[in-house]
Design a protein around this ligand. Structure first.
Ligand code: SF4
Length: 445
């Protein structure tokens, strides 16, 4: 058992320090659980400085749980654009919808009910329960792990360290009587601030630390070694081959299905390959070519990269040479090939619709078209469902191309394509392609 620092003294110094040096943030001082929840979700994996503007904009548009629950996911994602880690946003929206469907307009206040909501892991439960409802529940993130590992000189791997820090933090949270002005929410936020601004990973400012009097790592000269770090493994590489298909000044964009890496976000349609592509293979885009029927001429337009938390992404964009086919709309090969990458076959049942006419055509004409296609959809949908299931069962192995199942295809002009909610990686690939892509006009076909 490591030496236990004097709890009352630690709290006293922490309270004084927090009163003077705690960060002044737009969600601090707000009492609505909804606002606290939104801020905590945004703060995960994201720097405070980045979150501030997003939080204020989000709260102006979605000031309460009802407004968030009623909004379409696409709009919520568009306000999240640039923050990254879009799974957080989807789960935030899903939890709001779940509560609203149950007739709730506020977050529940019990740990059990919070833990049952989408996106509520131990950290979010602890943060929301303590800050919004005053429950003495630790909110352990990397900051707290680091502060306690150093304070108590805990030379432990991550799992035992987490268990030990949980006990230490609970000890602090229960040390003050209920109703004390320095309550659980303030203690957790003070610890977060201490880790983020003083006990920093690489440049701790021990001379300014309110806990330096008790810090064992400092007295044992072990600050730089703690917490213990595992040597990082190389990240797996995922390559995406994306198709740049422009028709009549309109660009084909695809919305990813709600779950998965780019869930709900828009980008150029394509296929994923779970490995780094070799130069020659990348240059000819063979997995994409196979997916599109193997016949179409394609030219590599751009190549971009992005490093995510758990993997590295390579994105290759190919211009598909429709104009060389001399067709009014794409070949059967392209239609069927793209059919493989769609979950909802609706858009592909009549290629002349989705290539020749913007997808979101409104009015009488669109209504007539929908009616005419309704019969065809049922039969073709069955066929596509079987194909989709086969691809799904096949899974994504090393070196295999995987067709994502898109939720929707849309023809939009270039400016509109750039306004669709997208991830930083997909946006970068699109921008690079737009810079290089030649205009393909109807006159050339
Ligand atoms: S004294 Fe230094 S190492 Fe110890 S808790 Fe404070 S900042 Fe961290």
């Amino acid at each position: 058992m490591p030496a236990q620092p004097p709890t009352a003294l630690l709290l006293h110094h922490l309270e004084k320090w927090y009163a003077l040096h705690g960060r002044k943030l737009p969600w601090r001082g707000r009492t609505e659980p909804y606002a606290i929840w939104v801020s905590e979700v945004m703060l995960q994996q994201t720097q405070v400085g980045t979150v501030v503007a997003y939080f204020e904009r989000f709260m102006r548009r979605f000031p309460n749980l009802q407004s968030l629950a009623k909004a379409p996911l696409e709009e919520v994602l568009s306000l999240w654009q640039g923050l990254g880690y879009y799974g957080r946003c989807r789960k935030l929206h899903a939890a709001a919808q779940q509560l609203f469907a149950q007739g709730q307009t506020q977050l529940p206040s019990s740990l059990e009910a919070l833990s049952a909501l989408p996106g509520f892991g131990p950290y979010t439960v602890g943060a929301v329960a303590s800050i919004a409802f005053g429950l003495p529940t630790p909110a352990i993130d990397g900051n707290l792990l680091r502060v306690f590992a150093r304070l108590c000189a805990l030379e432990l791997e991550k799992a035992p360290l987490l268990a030990q820090v949980q006990r230490l933090a609970e000890g602090l949270l229960h040390a003050l009587p209920p109703g004390h002005p320095f309550g659980p929410g303030s203690i957790n936020q003070a610890l977060m601030d201490l880790g983020a601004t003083v006990c920093k990973p690489h440049t701790p400012r021990c001379a300014e630390c309110p806990w330096s009097f008790a810090c064992l790592a400092l007295s044992q000269n072990k600050v730089a070694q703690l917490p213990l770090r595992k040597p990082s493994k190389p990240k797996p590489i995922l390559s995406w081959l994306l198709a740049y298909i422009e028709w009549n000044g309109q660009l084909l964009m695809a919305q990813h299905s709600p779950k998965g890496l780019f869930g709900g976000l828009w980008g150029l349609p394509g296929v994923a390959v779970e490995r780094r592509l070799l130069g020659k293979e990348a240059a000819c885009g063979s997995p994409l070519s196979q997916c599109l029927g193997g016949q179409l001429p394609m030219t590599l337009l751009s190549q971009t990269q992005r490093v995510l938390t758990h993997r590295r992404l390579q994105l290759f964009v190919y211009a598909i040479g429709l104009e060389k086919r001399g067709l009014g709309y794409p070949s059967k090969g392209l239609g069927l090939g793209l059919g493989l990458v769609l979950e909802q076959g609706k858009d592909l049942l009549n290629p002349s619709l989705w290539l020749g006419v913007p997808q979101e055509e409104k009015g009488e004409k669109a209504g007539e078209r929908e009616k005419a296609e309704a019969g065809a959809e049922a039969g073709a949908g069955k066929k596509k469902g079987a194909r989709g299931r086969a691809a799904e069962e096949k899974g994504l192995g090393a070196g295999q191309a995987s067709s994502p199942r898109y939720a929707c295809l849309r023809w939009v002009d270039r400016e509109a394509a750039l306004r669709l909610p997208s991830s930083a990686a997909l946006r970068k690939a699109l921008e690079a392609a737009l810079e290089k892509a030649p205009q393909i006009s109807a006159q050339r076909l």
